[in-house]
Design a protein around this ligand. Structure first.
Ligand code: FES
Length: 63
């Protein structure tokens, strides 16, 4: 039975930070609404809607 289990090593980790952003670790490609592409190894995505930078956390959630 054990031999049917496929072990997958995740390449991207998404961590939910309590009362804060999503921390995305790993090489990711982000396609923005204007079509521009960002490649990052680690990024923090705003979940609170208060960031002055739009998509990315700028620490405003803590104010
Ligand atoms: S989660 Fe940090 S500014 Fe929104």
């Amino acid at each position: 039975m054990e031999k049917n289990i496929v072990h997958i090593v995740p390449q991207v980790e998404v961590r939910v930070i309590e009362c804060g952003p999503l921390r995305i670790g790993g090489r990711v490609r982000i396609i923005m609404p204007d079509g521009s592409v960002l490649v990052k190894r680690r990024t923090f995505i705003c979940r609170c809607g208060r960031s002055k930078t739009g998509l990315f956390c700028d620490g405003s959630h803590a104010l």
